[in-house]
Design a protein around this ligand. Sequence first.
Ligand SMILES: Cc1cc2nc3c(=O)[nH]c(=O)nc-3n(C[C@H](O)[C@H](O)[C@H](O)COP(=O)(O)OP(=O)(O)OC[C@H]3O[C@@H](n4cnc5c(N)ncnc54)[C@H](O)[C@@H]3O)c2cc1C
Length: 494
Amino acid sequence: MKVMVAGAGPAGLMLAAELALAGVGVEVVDRLPRRSPFCRGFTLNARSLELLDRRGIADRFLAEGPTVPYGMFADPHRPLDLTAMDTDHPYVLGIAQTRVEELLEQWLAELGVAVSWGHEVIDLDQDGAGVEVTVRTGGQRGRRRVGYLAGCDGSRSAVRKLAGIGFPGTAAGTYGLLADVELADPADLPFGMTDGAHGTVFVIPRPGYVRIVLDEPAPPADRDEPVRLAYFQQRLNEVLGRPVELRDPRWLTRFSDAARQADHYVAGRVVLAGDAAHIHPPAGAVGVNVALADAVNLGWKLAASALGRAPAGLLDSYHHERHEVGARLLRTTRAQAILGRRHPDLDPVRDLFGELAGLPPVNTYLAELAAGVSTRYDPRIPGEHPWLGKLTPNLKLVMGEQRTSVAELLRPARPVFLHLGDRALPTIPDGTVDIHHAHCPDHPELEGLLIRPDGHTAWISTTTDPQPADTLAAAWSTWLGTRTTTRTAAAPGD
Ligand SMILES: Cc1cc2nc3c(=O)[nH]c(=O)nc-3n(C[C@H](O)[C@H](O)[C@H](O)COP(=O)(O)OP(=O)(O)OC[C@H]3O[C@@H](n4cnc5c(N)ncnc54)[C@H](O)[C@@H]3O)c2cc1C
């Protein structure tokens, strides 16, 4: 059955592409007449690049901007060293969110799906077999019946509200102001952090302009009231204790430290991803990245559900796996926001945290946590191997004369079974799984790997930790809904 994706931001575009790759009919609608020109984020982290790599499109993004081997966690004066991360991409990529979206939309078009701009989801009604969605286009309302509706419609998600999904969390306590502007005299304000007479100003260089971020002194009477240049200018001068002239505003907005998470990511035939499922303080700058990771976790599960071949509980596993990641994200970004507050009472905590973050293992832990590199899902089978449940490393593989890699084999977004050792392993030929016989020269101890379409290790067997056939059978039926048989896979080279 067809899936409708509401929202053509990073979550919606990535999800739609994953569905299209799986052969599911998909319709993407967005209420805006065209993509917003305002650029919220401008970084992609290691996990996003790893995922894009596993679809063969990371290079398109990497060609767009610089890679930076350090990242801010809490204190801009003490950046994290990202080179210590266990990843192919030990850096952040500088790339405008608008460009990320353009590249994703382009890829989606190559997969045969065009975004329907100017289409707003305004109502839904679901039953056991599908969802009736009301969409407003211009002045017209139309109803469509789809198998599933994915709410990728941002923090104020209409889909979330219409489906009656709760969004508990902490309300906004503090607000920040953001301006993309030009400095009349660039020498007036350096890039980075400037401590003024009454607070701190953060200046980020952008091509042809700067992004200035500062605190709003008190919660605004109306959170949605537009921020005017005069107001921002006045606040900047107050914080610095001196005048700094701004001009040519491109975008002025406010943001808050609200942190909320949908209590269900899956409600019947309605699913949520990205900001629709969780909002958090912008500290850490990971929203785009988490949206992409949600979409890749959800895509193959929703596709299997729409195609009627999902094992029981597969779609719910999206909620269990990503809700846990989202909860950790909220905790981490709230801690970052608190550590970023300029209050003298916090100085000792910040100093101590800074010292700890300077210890190499803590640096690596924080870097991998913030970039999502350490994400591990419950594998649901026993086993001690450290890769179990985590993204399978991008192993170099030899298949006869051919050299390939895990990332290349995952491009079609299908499950991959790798038979790597000489020992015959039980398996079944199944049309939904790509089975490869290969050697992995860097890891001769590997005997077999079952990799989910999102790249996570579902099962692994090594010569030192040979896994019994029943754990493979359990992994296979949990994620693929099929059973292994007694048929034995041929050894490599056969
Ligand atoms: C100031 C600021 C700075 C940020 N900086 C960064 C950063 O540096 N790095 C980073 O990773 N993240 C950053 N973020 C967060 C990031 O922008 C978001 O987390 C990200 O855009 C979420 O993607 P999404 O696809 O879930 O939602 P969105 O990008 O919000 O997309 C939702 C889409 O749904 C559409 N829509 C809404 N309602 C409907 C409806 N009823 N029907 C149809 N369509 C609808 C909207 O028009 C929109 O196109 C920042 C956010 C802010 C506010």
